[in-house]
Design a protein around this ligand. Structure first.
Ligand code: ZN
Length: 170
């Protein structure tokens, strides 16, 4: 069911409000290193990116599109609440880490992980080849599992460079 966004029109004297789903997006930025095993170009080498991730949510279909009443009235979710969830689940663990593929066929990646672990350096285990595409799909589950039940994830977009991104949509 799609509830109208202008249900609180009475409060505004019936002023017109746009129809359509209301969504909010928060951006996150982190730095990390990775390598793409078996890549035929320069991505097989150890290198890093400043990743930028956009996380878009809306309230689930059983809920009004924005909260009514309380400190977050008129909001899908307080940006600070969305921010703290994603920072806790994704950004804090991955920032300034070496993201390694736990099933990598690369002896270099295995050796690098062991070296970093031995020296107590930050590593981030990742079950798939750490492309932006796979990050979108993996982070989707991680974020959705940690959102309040009232919120629905509708898009994740991850920029690996200023001109390249991958995304997953509902
Ligand atoms: Zn890369």
């Amino acid at each position: 069911m799609c509830l109208p966004v202008f249900y609180y029109g009475k409060e505004t004297g019936g002023a017109k409000m746009a129809n359509g789903r209301v969504r909010v997006t928060k951006e996150f930025v982190w730095d990390c290193a990775h390598m793409l095993a078996e890549h035929e170009g320069s991505c097989k080498n150890l290198h890093g990116h400043t990743y930028r991730m956009e996380v878009t949510v809306e309230r689930n279909d059983e809920e009004p599109q924005v909260l009514a009443g309380g400190p977050a009235s008129g909001m899908v979710v307080d940006f600070s609440e969305l921010s703290s969830i994603v920072k806790h689940v994704i950004v804090a663990p991955i920032d300034h880490s070496f993201v390694y593929w736990t099933n990598t066929p690369s002896m270099a990646e295995i050796a690098l992980r062991a070296l970093l672990e031995e020296h107590d350096m930050k590593i981030y285990p990742f079950p798939y080849r750490p492309t932006a595409e796979n990050m979108c799909k993996w982070f989707w589950e991680e974020i959705q599992d940690n959102l309040p039940w009232t919120l629905k994830l509708v898009r994740i977009r991850i920029w690996e460079t200023p001109t390249s991104y991958a995304e997953v949509n509902l």
